[in-house]
Design a protein around this ligand. Structure first.
Ligand SMILES: CC(C)(COP(=O)(O)OP(=O)(O)OC[C@H]1O[C@@H](n2cnc3c(N)ncnc32)[C@H](O)[C@@H]1OP(=O)(O)O)[C@@H](O)C(=O)NCCC(=O)NCCS
Length: 77
């Protein structure tokens, strides 16, 4: 589960978040994970776009629902 991610506004659109998430996925695969998940506020357009470009999809019926006000996005590894 990716808990939170934030890039300094002066350094955005340079691939920093993409690389951090790539490294997280690499680590998750190395310990045998088969899926990766993140919770995101529906209004957080940048985060949703980032996740979508990385292959995450909204999970409309997660087995353990996200906190109120968030959607769960998952990706098969
Ligand atoms: C979302 C966020 C982490 C992205 O960080 P970043 O380092 O700028 O992201 P990247 O440069 O790696 O972007 C990767 C891709 O995501 C998408 N993306 C990211 N920001 C975007 C934006 N403002 N508009 C459109 N697409 C965007 C693009 O597809 C981008 O690829 P591209 O630049 O080649 O088009 C950053 O905007 C942020 O910190 N936002 C606030 C996060 C927040 O609210 N955190 C608290 C809740 S967890």
């Amino acid at each position: 589960m990716v808990q939170s991610l934030w890039t300094d506004p002066s350094l955005r659109r340079r691939g920093i978040a993409r690389e951090l998430k790539r490294l997280g996925e690499e680590w998750a695969r190395s310990v045998g994970a088969t899926t990766i998940a993140t919770n995101v506020a529906p209004k957080n357009r940048e985060m949703i776009l980032l996740n979508e470009t990385l292959g995450f999809c909204v999970d409309s019926s997660p087995s353990d629902p996200p906190p109120a006000g968030y959607v769960r996005m998952t990706k098969a590894l």
